[in-house]
Design a protein around this ligand. Structure first.
Ligand SMILES: [Zn+2]
Ligand SMILES: [Zn+2]
Length: 262
């Protein structure tokens, strides 16, 4: 059994009813660390100290600014004796970026955590310890200064997940989409112009038409959540496409068969 929780499904502007997007695998593998990471974990009753891996997609604030808070909580509250290993998976240069961020946020407080409580992994492929998950990282099309990437994740059950990070349509996503069970696409902007660094509703629809066998889940949504009345209207997408909301999840059985709880 495996499980994926979506504790946030909003874009950088955190639209009404949505916190910033993140995905959490089996309560211990985190994909991205948005600014509101701690309240998102607390709402789901998950201790920051139980996280074992953090995978970063790119260096935009809505994906990374929660990292200093994660280290701070682990150091002083949830893992004060440094008993739980935290492996951070990131691109070359990311360690320096996160170190600057931590020093800016909590000057003088997190140097020891960065040096001795984090294992840094810059490899493009990895097996995530005993979790049953492994990944291949791949480049995507987003603001180049953020070194944007996605992750193709495989679970020991056979379940395959394409997490595309923040990206507009791009060949790497197209090349990897065949054969995955689920593709997570961001939909950061509405259909009001050209936005090559993001998927618009029309881009999501055309992707799902090209890959009818892939379950398409939308996150990093620009629109309000269904239980809010103000903000951008929720776009109409074909029913086969799931627009994720905060608190949604995927359950995966031992044979890789999955259901989306939406
Ligand atoms: Zn973003
Ligand atoms: Zn971004």
């Amino acid at each position: 059994m495996a499980r994926i929780d979506f504790l946030g499904t909003g874009n950088a502007f955190s639209p009404q009813g949505r916190m910033h997007a993140l995905a959490l695998l089996d309560s211990r593998v985190l994909i991205d660390a948005p600014p509101t990471l701690l309240p998102q974990l607390r709402r789901a009753r998950i201790s920051p100290g139980q996280l074992q891996h953090v995978l970063f997609t790119h260096w935009h604030g809505d994906h990374a600014f929660g990292f200093p808070f994660l280290l701070l909580d682990r150091k002083f509250i949830s893992d004060p004796f440094g008993e739980n290993n935290l492996e951070v998976h990131l691109r070359p240069g990311g360690r320096e970026y996160l170190s600057v961020l931590c020093e800016m946020g909590f000057p003088g407080s997190l140097g020891d955590s960065l040096d001795s409580r984090v294992e840094w992994n810059e490899k493009e492929t990895a097996t995530l310890g005993e979790t049953g998950w492994g990944y291949e990282r791949f480049p995507v099309h987003h603001t180049p200064e953020t070194d944007p990437h996605g992750y193709e994740l495989v679970h020991e059950s056979g379940f395959r997940l394409l997490h595309c990070g923040d990206s507009g349509p791009c060949p790497e996503i197209e090349n990897r989409a065949n054969g995955v069970d689920v593709a997570i696409l961001e939909m950061g902007v509405p259909d009001i112009g050209e936005f090559p660094h993001h998927h618009r509703p029309s881009d999501v629809i055309s992707f799902s038409e090209r890959f009818p066998d892939v379950k398409v889940l939308v996150t990093h949504n620009f629109a309000r959540s269904p239980n809010c009345e103000t903000g951008f209207e929720i776009p109409e997408l074909p029913s086969r496409i799931v627009q994720l909301n905060d608190g949604d999840s995927i359950d995966i059985d031992d044979n890789g068969i999955f259901i989306v709880n939406n």
